[in-house]
Design a protein around this ligand. Sequence first.
Ligand code: FAD
Length: 388
Amino acid sequence: MHVAIVGGGIVGLASAYYLAERGATVTVYEKGSIGSGSTERSVGGIRAQFSTPVNVELSLASMEIWEDFEETFGVDIAYRRPGYLFAARDEATAEAFEAQVAMQNELGVPSELLAPDEAAEHCPGLQTDEFVSATYSPTDGFADPHLALQGFAESAREAGAEIRTRTGVTEIHRAGDEVTGITAEGEPCEYDFVVNAAGPWAQQVARMADVDLPVAPKRRQMLVVDPETPVPEDVPLTIDLDTGSHFRPEREGKALVGGHFPSAESGGEADPDQNPDGFDRKIDLDWAVEAIERAGDCATYFGPDSEIRRGWAGLYAVTPDHHPVIEETLPGFVNAVGFSGHGFQHAPATGQIVAELVLDGASSLVDVSALASDRFETGELVEERNVA
Ligand SMILES: Cc1cc2nc3c(=O)[nH]c(=O)nc-3n(C[C@H](O)[C@H](O)[C@H](O)COP(=O)(O)OP(=O)(O)OC[C@H]3O[C@@H](n4cnc5c(N)ncnc54)[C@H](O)[C@@H]3O)c2cc1C
């Protein structure tokens, strides 16, 4: 089985590894260098506290791989698990938490519903008066995306995959409904399967096969902050869900601070048709000020003497319901796209599912029928509420 993968981010390289490991002949085409899309801009969050069963299942299947990553791939990915804490200001959000925790527990996630005072036992700086409820799960955490990407890339190569960097795919060939190959750097090549793992460029790549997928590149920013009061390393990744503000501890008391605030997101909403290569990689100052202020509204660490060390912007690949498309869209054309800010953590499960779709014709690891692209036509969307 000859497979071309378009995109050398974590989704493409995890797919390459699982396909090659199962005997497929794999070539990864990456127009830049590996990880040069969203993967190297991710903060590496890994959690099972999602609001829909399919996202929870993608997380649980992925966590099995993350837990044994060093043993399997020989790379220490700095996987730490101080948990994730979601905090609610509004009663409606708190009500939704109850149903979510029940669903998560049923699927085996050890999450719990907490009163603000109980939440402060995990995050001592939490501004408890601001919140009505929280959820916490001790098995959530984060890892280093760069190291994880290297682990998948190296193991994919060892399993026989070829990774061609600086080699953009410009055409996808069809014979009737069937996808039969690609053209890269002017050279046409036939393949049994083409996998679209092009992250924020996914819509452009799908269009090469005359397939329209609603995957929009959306700019998101992060700050490295020296907080006024150092953030202890055992504080969870904390999300103030009703404002969108979030932070997590970094080493030596520093913190990563982010959030999506439409009011301050100047130049933020990249148009779906805009070329994702053209986005502004610099931090917007108004946004940075708002991000620190909102983090301060959430937790006492971020007083007025907090200092910004640096920051960066990257792209989420967002679908209308914040779930990916994982399917064989046409015979010979698999899409694994639109991860809406969760693609780093869901890559291990996705790679295995892509291998199953290509080699077995269906996925047994996770039921991905809810992630078919025809949901955008039928309106059967599966809305994810826990989005940061
Ligand atoms: C600020 C920020 C924070 C984030 N935090 C988290 C987090 O905490 N947890 C989490 O799970 N996710 C997070 N994400 C999201 C995560 O980074 C992405 O979901 C994930 O990296 C997607 O991986 P990918 O392989 O699909 O895409 P990418 O890493 O973008 O890879 C796609 C690749 O395709 C290549 N490509 C595109 N077109 C072509 C072509 N025509 N030919 C050849 N190659 C092509 C691109 O160059 C790119 O390298 C974050 C993202 C950002 C921006």
